[in-house]
Design a binder for this molecule. Sequence first.
Ligand code: AMP
Length: 216
Amino acid sequence: MILILLGPPGAGKGTQACRLVNTKGLVQLSTGDMLRTAVASGSPIGLEAKAAMDAGQLVSDELAVRIIGQRIAAGEGESGYILDGFPRNLAQAEALEAMLAKQDMNVDLVVELKVDDAAMSRRIAGRYTCAKCNEGYNDSFKPPRVKGICDVCGSDRFVRRPDDNEETVQARLAAYHEQTAPLAKYYAQRGVLRHVDGMAGIDEVWRQIEAVLEAA
Ligand code: AMP
C-alpha cells in the first residue's frame, strides 16, 4: 500500500503517519525529516537544502526526488509506505509515479487533511517534539501530562523546528497553496483522493483515516 498524506504544514501529517507506522506496519517516508537529518549532520545534501528550508521554500525537485528515491529503491517497506511531505508539486508526483512503476507499484490512496490556514499558524507556533523519541507536543493543544517530561519515553529534552516561526510559516503556507494543493485535483482524477477533517482532534482524525482505509 502506498499512501500519501496531503495537507499544509501543521495539518497533522506527521502525527497521523506515526500512528500508521505503529498500527499498520507501513514505513514512513518524510522528506522533511530526511532533510532535517541531513542539515543536522552537515552532509552535502544538508548544505544544499538549508537555505531553502530556512526561507520556507521548497528544495529542488531533483534533491527531493533523489532522497526519497534512494529509500524506495532500497525496498524497505514490505507492507508499503506512507509518504509525508512528498510529493510537493506536479513534477514530484510524476517522478514518484515513474519510480513506483519500476517496482510494479502505484499510489493507492491520497488522504487530504482539510484545515484552515489561520489555525495552522497557531498550531505550528506552539509545536515541539521530544528530542529522544520524537513524540509531538503543542503548548496549547497537547502539553505533556507531566510538565517537562515526555509522556512516551520520560525524556526531559524537547526541540522546536527552526522553521516553525511566524515569518517562515507564512512562506510555507504560500508554497503549499501555490505548488502542493493542486495535487488534490491530480489525484482526484486518478480516483485515489479521500478527505478527512484535519481540524478535528487527533483521535477523531485517526478514526476518519481508519474508516478511509477500511473502505479502500
Ligand atoms: P516539512 O517537514 O514537510 O514541513 O518540510 C520542511 C521543509 O523541507 C520544507 O519547508 C521544504 O523546505 C523542505 N521539503 C520537505 N519536503 C520537500 C519536498 N518534497 N520538496 C521540496 N522541499 C521539501
